[in-house]
Design a protein around this ligand. Structure first.
Ligand code: NAP
Length: 218
């Protein structure tokens, strides 16, 4: 399986690309600019000369042509970016990891987009895709530290059970990450908004928190 990331030149996309490649998945780093994507891929590969990472670069359309697609853009442009490559996304699992947040006077605050979540807005513009919301709470720094385990639960929600199943199998491949089926896409509202709480905790306690739920057997 080849996975394409849209807007993967930012911290979240770069980290996700690295982490997936580290577990043997073929990855395409996508960008509005193929040149920028190529620079990012060169940097990622240079940083890990000892690893055999299958990461190549392309524009967002090339990334969207992959078997599974991850959107790693800022929340307000995620639906627009998805719509520009909509022709590639039909009947594919599309993961949206964008959080709608604002930083106001040093405080993280959740924003609620019109359909309740970024993921629901993406699903609306690509109705033939199987959109799943996932990976919102794993900080890019931990994700990019591929020599260490991630140590986090990953909440996944979608209106398509097959998408939850597919993304769960993917998350299971990441050492230390545990996928949890969090239900339908309506729950993305809470999942995305909760990121503001985690970031606030990081600020307050000078750390990087991760989410672990008790009471669920592995
Ligand atoms: N950073 C984290 O730790 C983390 C963890 C989990 C989830 N997330 C979520 O992941 C998303 C991406 O985070 P990030 O920190 O990587 O974001 P970012 O650096 O602000 O943006 C990521 C990429 O999106 C593309 N982009 C930016 N503005 C755009 C526009 N107007 N139109 C189209 N594409 C645009 C850019 O790629 P090109 O210019 O190359 O196209 C950019 O490099 C956010 O929604 C965030 O909430 C972040």
């Amino acid at each position: 399986m080849e996975i394409g990331l849209l807007g993967a030149t930012g911290p979240a996309g770069r980290a996700m690309a690295l982490r997936l490649a580290a577990v043997g998945i073929d990855v395409v780093v996508g960008s509005r600019s193929a040149g920028r994507a190529a620079e990012v891929v060169a940097q990622l590969l240079e940083r890990h000369p000892d690893r055999d990472l299958s990461i190549r670069s392309g524009d967002n359309a090339e990334a969207a042509a992959c078997d599974l697609v991850i959107i790693a853009t800022p929340w307000d442009v995620a639906p627009e970016v998805a719509s520009t490559v909509a022709g590639h996304l039909g009947r594919k699992v599309v993961v949206c990891m964008s959080n709608a947040l604002a930083r106001v006077a040093g405080e993280f605050q959740p924003l609620v987009p019109p359909r309740g979540s970024v993921s629901a807005n993406v699903q609306a513009v690509v109705p033939d895709a199987y959109v799943a919301a996932a990976m919102h709470h794993v900080p890019a720094t931990e994700l990019a530290a591929i020599d260490e385990e991630v140590q986090s639960d990953v909440l996944i929600c979608s209106d398509h059970p097959w998408a939850i199943e597919t993304v769960s199998r993917l998350v299971e491949r990441i050492p230390g990450a545990r996928p949890l089926d969090a239900g339908r896409l309506s729950n993305a509202t809470a999942i995305e908004a909760f990121t503001a709480v985690l970031l606030q905790l990081n600020t307050r306690y000078g750390t990087r928190v991760a989410v672990r739920f008790t009471g669920i057997d592995d």
